[in-house]
Each structure stands twice: as structure tokens, then as C-alpha cells.
Design a protein around this ligand. Structure first.
Ligand SMILES: Cc1cc2nc3c(=O)[nH]c(=O)nc-3n(C[C@H](O)[C@H](O)[C@H](O)COP(=O)(O)OP(=O)(O)OC[C@H]3O[C@@H](n4cnc5c(N)ncnc54)[C@H](O)[C@@H]3O)c2cc1C
Ligand code: HEM
Length: 401
């Protein structure tokens, strides 16, 4: 099956779910719910076979659109499965337009950095469906095919419209000015983009470094946008990590990075009358630090309580700086939390999820959570059990790690 995506109906949040916008998340209409159910059922049968499905997918994609080969790393083993997993993860969300549509707008702009054009979306759609069909055999019924095709078309169309409407550069080059090891596995990297990147405090962006061409990874600026455009990143080397280990060990002043457009929705509205609870695990403190950096420019702010956690005291690499910020900004309180706390005086012992829920459900607060996918999952689910409402909590959930 091929996709005439560019001829289909325009897609907006309301085309996905024709319910008027309100502050409460909208329910998808029954047809969308049925479509997503079919997709999830077929994906449950396919997911254990991602390596085989991906191999077929890339073979077909590179045959249909050979130019797309150059968007991917030379050694495809490094990324195997990543794009197929990401595609399916997002296609399955068409019943959540409030979350999905703003994200697709950002993702469509972000894909401009690869050089993606509309024809490539058709090739990706055709390759995805063909690889699922090849894998599922008789389970790939016309009904299933229609569900996948419609959902993919909705997603691809929203991304292309956003890409077409974007007037900003597709990417920015940025020169590394400073690389400093803060701990054995963590580096602070300061870069100077050629032109200021129009990000909001709390957002993240994808980054490509010269040591790992075409392996883009997301990083969060740890400072609010500055007049000179300078950006500070905090990068932790993860075990077996291709890009993070290269940055921590091999980045040098003078290296030229490429930055993608900003993404994400962590933010604080100073005027909505709500106090703020921030929960940061590891380098998840970076986007929250950017928000604090921005708030510190104002005389009056909502009360902000930041819980900053990690396995041990050494993992809280930014604690001294945060305490210094709190000392001069009375609206800010910082609570360090360590899992192994016997030798960490002044720190709460336990996980972040335990520490914040010990104080109840935080009614009336806006809650921002940032950290590893596991930490976000554990914290958000425990807060919901403790009685916090989902629409109080913001986090950037579109990660497939
Ligand atoms: C919205 C967002 C913002 C981010 N901001 C930052 C940031 O400011 N600083 C920063 O250092 N990282 C940040 N990350 C994580 C970063 O994008 C990479 O995922 C991470 O650096 C690993 O990349 P890698 O190439 O080294 O590992 P890969 O080669 O991609 O993966 C190697 C192994 O590490 C595991 N892994 C991947 N990511 C993590 C992780 N975060 N924690 C533990 N294990 C992991 C993988 O599952 C895999 O087993 C952010 C991620 C997201 C989604
Ligand atoms: C419905 C359409 C699409 C969706 C939902 C989508 C989604 C995504 C997401 C979420 C990522 C980030 C994965 C991560 O690093 O965590 C990604 C990466 C990528 N996408 Fe897309 N994408 C789409 C279409 C395309 C098209 C048409 C191309 C062009 C061939 C493309 C090329 C890439 C490349 C090269 C990467 C980075 C390399 C990789 O992660 O394998 N994507 N995509």
C-alpha cells in the first residue's frame, strides 16, 4: 500500500478528535478508539520481533527512497529498531490529541534537520506497513491495514504541515567553548551557537556531535536563553552509551555541534497563581535549572519547591549551586533526596517518589518531573496513587529509551 499523504484532509487536533478544546484531556471518538485498539493488538504480536521487522523496514525504505540512507548512521546496528519503535509509539497515541498534536508540531520541525521531504513520509509509511504485513501474515487483515494507514497518515500529515510552516533554520551549528568534568561520569559543556536558538526555559533539543555523526540525542539546556545565545549542557555518560560517553570523554573546545530545534513542554506560568513542585533526578535537573534561572530574573515568583534526587550524595552534582540560588531567592526551597543516605547528612533518604508523596498530593501545585524514563514513570505513577491529578503534572514523555 502506498500513501498519498499530501492529498489527504488537513489534520489538526480537532480532526483527530472533534471535541472542543478545554483544560481537561479530551476523549477520542469511538472510531479513533477502535482504530487504536486494532493497532495496539497487532503491535503486541509484533513487538518481540522488532529486529526482524526493522531490517525489512530499512531494506524497503532505502529501496523506495535511496536518499534517506544518508540520514542514518553508517553502522545501522547502533540504531536498529529505534525509528520503528518511535514510529509505533507515536502512531499508537492518535487517541490522545492534546498530547500528540503539540508534540508532532515540534517533531515535524525537528525532522527538517535530516533533510526529510514529503516523499520520504510516503516511503516510511509504505515501508512500515509492508514490514508489519510481512511479519503478521494472515493477522494483517484489511481492517488492520486501514487502521495503521489512517493513524500513520494523521501523524505524518501533522508533522509535514508543521515542517512546511517553520521559518526557523532546520538546525544550528554551535562551537564548544568549554568542556569540564564535574564528576567522573558527568561533564558540563558550554556551546556558542552561530545564531541564538529560540528555546524556552525547560525545553530540550537534539544534538549531533562530531565524534558520533548522525547519532542525534536529546539534551536539555541548563540555562535560560541568554542575550549572547550561549547554552550550557550537563551530560552524564550512561553504561554502553554511544553518544553520552563520547561527549563526556572526548568533547573538546573548538568542536562544532549541530543542534536541532527546541522541543518539550516543561514550563512555569508565573501568573497562574499556582505554586510549583519540581522533581529532578540526575541530569533531569538541567531543564528545571533553566526555568529557575529564568524565574530568578523576576522580583516576585510563585513558591517553588525542588526535590533533587539520585542514588547517593555524589550524584547530586548541582546541589551546591542550587543551594546558592535558594540562598538569594526566598521563593525557592531545595530538598536533596538520596537513596543510600546513611552518610549524607541534610538529605532525605529514599526515592524521589517516596520523598514527595510523603508530603501528600500537592493540591493546587503545578508539578514538573524530569529525569530518566524509569524515574519519571515511578514518580508519576506514585503521585497519581497519592491523589495528584494527571493534569497537574508535566513531564516530557516522548522517550523510547
Ligand atoms: C527529553 C530528554 C532530555 C534529555 N536531556 C538530557 C540531558 O540534559 N543530559 C543527559 O546527559 N542526557 C539527557 N537525555 C538522555 C540522552 O538523550 C541520551 O538518551 C543519553 O545520553 C544516552 O545516549 P547514548 O547514545 O549515550 O546511549 P545509547 O547508545 O542510546 O544507549 C545505550 C544504553 O543506555 C541506556 N540509556 C539510554 N538513555 C539512558 C538514560 N537517560 N539513563 C539510563 N540509561 C539510558 C539505553 O537503554 C541503552 O541500554 C535526555 C533525554 C530525553 C528524552
Ligand atoms: C509519522 C512519521 C514519523 C514519526 C512519528 C517519526 C518519529 C521519530 C522520532 C520520535 C524519532 C526520535 C527517536 C529517538 O531518538 O528517540 C525519530 C528519529 C528519526 N527519524 Fe523519524 N519519524 C517519522 C518520519 C520520518 C521520516 C519520513 C524520515 C525520513 C526517512 C525519518 C527519519 C528519522 C531519522 C533519520 C531519525 C534519527 C535516527 C534514528 O533514530 O534512527 N523519520 N523519528
Amino acid at each position: 500500500m502506498r500513501f498519498p499523504i499530501s492529498d489527504s484532509q488537513p489534520v489538526t487536533a480537532d480532526a483527530v478528535s472533534p471535541v472542543p478544546r478545554s483544560s481537561a484531556p479530551r476523549e477520542a471518538p469511538p472510531a479513533v478508539t477502535a482504530m487504536v485498539r486494532l493497532i495496539r493488538d497487532t503491535w503486541a504480536k509484533s513487538e518481540p520481533f522488532i529486529p526482524e521487522i526493522s531490517q525489512f523496514f530499512y531494506g524497503m525504505l532505502f529501496t523506495l527512497a535511496p536518499a534517506t540512507r544518508d540520514f542514518f548512521p553508517i553502522n545501522m546496528e547502533v540504531q536498529r529498531g529505534r525509528l520503528v519503535r518511535a514510529l509505533v509509539h507515536i502512531v499508537q497515541m492518535v487517541d490522545r490529541p492534546d498530547d500528540l498534536v503539540p508534540f508532532l508540531t515540534q517533531l515535524g520541525r525537528d525532522h527538517r534537520k535530516f533533510g526529510v521531504i514529503p516523499r520520504h513520509y510516503e516511503a516510511v509509511g509504505t515501508a512500515l506497513l509492508a514490514s508489519l504485513k510481512n511479519h503478521l501474515g494472515p493477522d494483517w487483515t484489511p481492517e488492520v491495514e486501514r487502521a495503521w494507514a489512517e493513524a500513520f497518515t494523521i501523524v505524518a500529515r501533522a508533522m509535514q504541515e508543521a515542517a512546511a510552516a517553520d521559518v526557523n533554520p532546520a538546525s544550528w551549528s554551535a562551537t564548544v567553548l568549554e568542556h569540564r568534568r564535574l564528576t567522573w561520569d558527568l561533564a558540563l559543556v558550554r556551546v556558542q551557537p552561530e545564531f541564538p536558538v529560540p528555546y524556552l526555559p525547560g525545553q530540550y533539543m537534539s544534538v549531533e556531535v562530531p565524534q558520533r555523526p548522525r547519532l542525534w540525542r536529546y539534551l536539555s539546556p541548563a540555562n535560560a536563553p541568554r542575550e549572547d545565545g550561549g547554552i550550557e549542557f550537563h551530560v552524564r555518560a550512561v553504561d554502553g552509551g554511544w553518544v553520552s560517553r563520547a561527549i563526556v570523554s572526548h568533547t573538546q573546545p573548538g568542536d562544532v555541534w549541530r543542534l536541532g530545534p527546541p522541543l518539550g513542554r516543561l514550563s512555569v506560568d508565573r501568573t497562574d497563581g499556582r505554586d510549583v513542585l519540581m522533581i529532578a533526578g540526575g541530569t533531569g535537573v538541567a531543564p528545571l535549572r533553566a526555568i529557575l534561572d529564568d524565574l530568578a530574573q523576576w522580583g516576585e515568583n510563585p513558591k517553588v519547591q525542588l526535590f533533587y534526587g539520585g542514588p547517593s550524595r555524589e550524584d547530586l552534582y548541582d546541589l551546591d549551586e542550587l543551594r546558592a540560588l535558594a540562598a538569594t531567592n526566598p521563593w525557592l526551597t531545595v530538598t536533596p533526596v538520596v537513596e543510600h543516605g546513611e552518610e549524607a547528612p541534610g538529605c532525605v533518604q529514599g526515592t524521589l517518589a517516596e520523598a514527595v508523596t510523603q508530603q501528600g498530593s500537592w493540591p493546587g501545585h503545578r508539578i514538573l518531573v524530569a529525569g530518566s524514563p524509569a524515574m519519571i514513570r515511578a514518580t508519576v505513577s506514585r503521585m497519581l496513587v497519592a491523589g495528584s491529578a494527571l493534569d497537574q503534572i508535566a513531564y516530557d514523555p516522548f522517550t523510547i529509551d
